[in-house]
Design a protein around this ligand. Structure first.
Ligand code: F0G
Length: 452
């Protein structure tokens, strides 16, 4: 490779507490003094800019790397390495993540009352979710720091991603997932990639509690989203989105909220871009939760954002079935400084939005569909205007949860759970498979029915 993947003289990063501002050692997750979360800062940027380059020079360099044949350049994360922590090139574990498409969603725009609507599809990453962008950075750091084991508690996507990156990097991985509460498709990924997979008889929040104790007692590196290196990798989605929009920020970015790291990462990226002079204003960042897993919504509505209100989470969008989100303070800061909103959506609203994204020929997993469901509400209450340029962050691939999709189309999703009238709205979107005799006549008769 013509140039090193790291810039020891420039991209020097530090870990700092988001609460008291104290520095921390590079492999810590919480402040030793006040126990708040840590974030990565780049003290030299103020003097020299990332990599000693101007925004314009960086934009050019990042674009040029797309034509390179070197593996870190082909990654949609590492091609932005000037804004990431230092990792030695030979330690980088990459599956060529990132470089995900932005799609127009004309039918969804209409249904939300907007002129245009875009989706940045992070489900198009190597393991099918946005987690890969953060995992490449944090797993590489774990390898560089000499860890043999990495571990996470997960609702399924983090574990799939961690298992894949650990395997590629020659690390062992330990997965803790809630028994029976994640999609089979995600569980199968972690088995396939060779993780030691434990199904605990608890929920995600219970898995986190167990894992926190394990990392205290064993030399295992934690790869949950409190890991500040994951947040840095997840920042790159915003840099890439802006590049795809010729560095003209959209008005509004809408993100699903679970443990609340992704909204924090996107907000950090945009804050940094503004500080560095890439953009002149911050787009609004809004976070949408499922009604049954709504701790952030309740925190804002009931305490004005002062104190987290944990909930016993329940939603069919299992990826965001989280009641005690670790990164709530970081997410709230992003929502406040960008002027965004928090909103919650019902299970029926999620199912309908998912089907609408499906018929755009794109699809996503249920947790991602909360973005469209939430946008419709924000638009109805006038918070989003018709002319605004809005981007939905679709976090997971439709094949992540095929059970949900099949049940939806067969009409089984809400069986025995909702009143008939509540699910009536879904009927026009349901397309159950039709079982027929194996004859052309039978199929043609059906076709004719649909033509009329
Ligand atoms: N969308 C999907 C598809 C997810 O898998 C997650 C989180 C989120 C949204 C929420 O993102 O936590 O950063 O607010 N999944 C985690 C996991 C918790 O274990 O896979 P967040």
């Amino acid at each position: 490779m013509a140039e090193p993947a790291t810039h020891s003289q420039t991209a020097v990063s530090e870990l700092r507490c988001i609460g008291c501002g104290r520095s921390a050692l590079p492999d810590r997750f919480r402040c030793e003094t006040c126990r708040d979360l840590l974030e990565i800062v780049y003290p030299r940027w103020e003097e020299t800019g990332p990599g000693g380059l101007s925004p314009r020079a960086l934009q050019q360099k990042w674009l040029e790397r797309r034509a390179s044949l070197e593996s870190p350049d082909q990654s949609g994360v590492w091609r932005f390495r000037e804004i990431l922590p230092e990792i030695a090139t030979q330690q980088i574990i990459t599956l060529r993540e990132g470089n995900t498409p932005v799609y127009e969603l004309p039918r969804c725009a209409k249904s939300a009352g907007l002129a245009d609507l875009f989706a940045k599809h992070q489900g198009m990453n190597p393991t099918g979710s946005f987690k890969d962008t953060g995992m490449t950075v944090a797993a590489s750091f774990a390898r560089q720091a000499g860890y043999r084991w990495v571990a996470c508690a997960s609702t399924g996507n983090t574990s799939a991603s961690m298992a894949a990156y650990a395997a590629r990097g020659g690390l062992h991985s330990l997965v803790l997932i809630p028994d029976g509460k994640i999609s089979w498709s995600k569980l199968s990924q972690s088995l396939d990639y060779g993780a030691l997979t434990c199904q605990l008889k608890t929920d995600f929040d219970g898995c986190v509690r167990v894992l926190n104790e394990i990392v205290e007692r064993m030399p295992v590196y934690l790869l949950n989203s409190v890991n500040p290196y994951r947040v840095e990798g997840q920042k790159t989605v915003a840099f890439e989105l802006l590049e795809q929009f010729s560095w003209e920020p959209p008005d509004h970015i809408i993100v699903p909220g679970g443990n609340l790291a992704n909204s924090s990462a996107i907000g950090k990226a945009l804050r940094e871009m503004k500080q560095l002079g890439f953009i002149s204003f911050l787009p609004k960042i809004s976070v949408i939760q499922a009604e049954g897993a709504n701790p952030l919504v309740r925190t804002v509505r009931e305490t004005g954002g002062e104190k987290l209100v944990p909930v016993q989470a329940e939603t069919m969008a299992t990826a965001i079935r989280i009641g005690n989100p670790a990164s709530w303070k970081k997410a709230l800061r992003v929502i406040r400084e960008s002027g965004g909103a928090v909103e919650q959506v019902s299970e029926v609203e999620i199912a309908l939005a998912k089907a609408e994204i499906g018929v755009e020929g794109i699809g996503c997993e249920p947790a991602s569909a909360v973005t469209l469901a939430g946008l419709k509400k924000l638009s109805q209450r006038g918070f989003v205007k018709r002319s605004e340029k809005v981007v939905l962050i679709l976090t997971g691939h439709p094949l992540k949860d095929p059970d949900f999709t099949l049940k939806f189309h067969r009409g089984d999703l809400f069986m025995g759970m909702q009143s008939e009238s509540a699910v009536e709205v879904l009927k026009p979107q349901q397309r159950p498979p039709v079982v027929l005799e194996p004859s052309a006549d039978a199929v043609i008769r059906l076709l004719a029915k649909f033509e009329n």
